[in-house]
Ligand binder design. Structure first.
Ligand code: AMP
Ligand code: GLY
Length: 421
């Protein structure tokens, strides 16, 4: 079997690592890949928005199945184009990917089907949004761009002044371009966050191990929002009881709602939840695996990812016997100095060959230049460890993290700390 993987981040390196464990996979291709994926796959540079060139590549290389990592090609309808060409692909189609592509779409769906989430209002006019903020009963609220903003479109505001400034930036200055032509203003929720990855073929579903991700740049959840500085799974905050509540009140009603709306959702539905004092509520839905949650969720998946993707494509998930590991996994992201603000690239990375064998390295922003591995992005790589306990997994990583070196390297030293205390 020949497989194509689309994407270039740590999530896709984890997917490539998992796909490679299938003995039937002959050649794994990746568009575009990164310095780590290049060790597992044949990487090619084709623009991700050029679906017809990708389809041409798939036919030329006799690719049997394509897996899509990031949201942008999904929201742009790559799955619809593959379906029209009669080619197997794993991921939701354009209509389904609106769950991530439009906050207004997903909020309206949740409202219509009474799925617990933060109360919200939508605005396509900055003056109306500012007037709403003035009259808002509390000080804390969240401003979100409607469209895709590379995971940075949610601005948590602790004062009305901050909220007004966020509206100005998103709607007037258009810091997220057209993604900010519409916004929602949301009620501020409190609680531990948790990411549940639901695999569905449009009829049946199952959930992978629930993860927690660390979005802020600095220890103690300080600093700016990033793409994610670490993760671990399973999270003890999602107790069996809360998991059951999430299934009954959120996951099953959402899948049913999609079907009622005539949306054939196949692939991953990422349910980002807040475990609030009144129970789990939705923070957001995404249409793909999380990054860096995939770096802990896939090492805890004992079933084969290619088999799962094929079962989804052929809509026979109901007969699939899912096997999940009972171990724990943790992941710490090593980032470039300055990230998420401006940072330098091209720094030589050393020490990977000295890492203990039980540490898995997933590259994100790396590339091979003149035969040497150098940094090429904000999140450079993630170190993952799997162990019988979360405590051991996290200890394994922190005892070896300093083995890796590159100029300006930064990482959080408190990943999973609250879960252990
Ligand atoms: P999102 O891009 O929607 O996942 O939001 C990014 C982060 O902002 C989330 O992981 C939360 O930490 C925070 N956030 C988003 N919406 C809310 C909300 N309604 N209340 C509190 N925090 C939120
Ligand atoms: N880790 C958050 C995301 O993938 O959106």
């Amino acid at each position: 079997m020949n497989i194509l993987l689309i994407g270039s981040g740590g999530r896709e390196h984890a997917m490539a690592w998992k796909i490679r464990q299938n003995p039937d996979v002959k050649t794994l291709y990746c568009i575009p890949g990164n310095g780590g994926i290049a060790l597992l796959a044949e990487c090619h540079n084709i623009p991700l928005n050029d679906h017809s060139q990708i389809i041409h590549f798939v036919r030329e290389k006799n690719i049997d199945l394509t897996l899509v990592g990031p949201e942008v090609p999904l929201v742009n309808g790559i799955v619809d184009d593959f379906f029209a060409a009669g080619l197997p692909i794993f991921g939701p189609n354009k209509a389904a990917a609106q769950m991530e592509g439009s906050k207004v779409f997903s909020k309206q769906l949740m409202e219509k089907y009474q799925i617990p989430t933060a109360d919200y209002r939508e605005f396509n006019n900055a003056n109306a949004a500012l007037a709403y903020i003035d009259a808002y009963p509390g000080a804390e609220m969240v401003i979100k761009a409607d469209g895709l903003a590379a995971g940075k479109g949610a601005i948590v505001c602790m004062s009305k002044e901050a909220a007004r400034e966020a509206v100005r930036q998103v709607m007037t200055e258009r810091i997220f371009a057209d993604a900010g032509s519409k916004i929602i203003i949301e009620e501020f929720m409190t609680g531990e966050e948790c990411s549940i990855f639901v695999v569905t073929d449009g009829k049946d579903y199952f959930a992978l191990r629930p993860a927690q991700d660390f979005k802020r740049a600095l220890d103690g959840d300080q600093g700016k929002n990033t793409g994610g500085m670490g993760s671990y799974a399973p999270t003890p905050f999602l107790t069996d009881d809360l998991h059951e509540q999430a299934v009954r009140a959120i996951i099953e009603p959402t899948l049913a709602a999609l079907r009622s709306e005539g949306i054939d959702y196949r692939g991953i539905l990422y349910c980002g939840l807040m475990l609030t004092p009144t129970g789990p509520r939705v923070v957001e839905f995404n249409c793909r695996f999380g990054d860096p949650e995939t770096q802990v969720v896939l090492p805890l998946l004992d079933s084969d990812l290619v088999d799962i993707a094929l079962a989804v494509h052929e809509q026979r998930l109901g007969q699939f016997r899912l096997k999940l590991s009972t171990k724990s996994a943790a992941c710490v992201v090593l980032a470039s100095g300055g990230y998420p603000d401006a940072y330098e690239k091209g720094k030589l990375i050393s020490g990977l060959d000295k890492l203990p064998e039980d540490i898995i390295t997933f590259h994100a922003g790396t590339q091979i230049r003149d035969g040497e591995l150098v940094t090429s992005g904000g999140r450079v790589m993630a170190l993952t460890a799997v162990a019988d306990s979360l405590e051991t997994a996290i200890q394994r990583i922190y005892s070896s993290v300093q083995t890796v070196e590159f100029d300006g390297m930064q990482f959080r030293s408190d990943i999973a700390k609250r879960a252990l205390s």
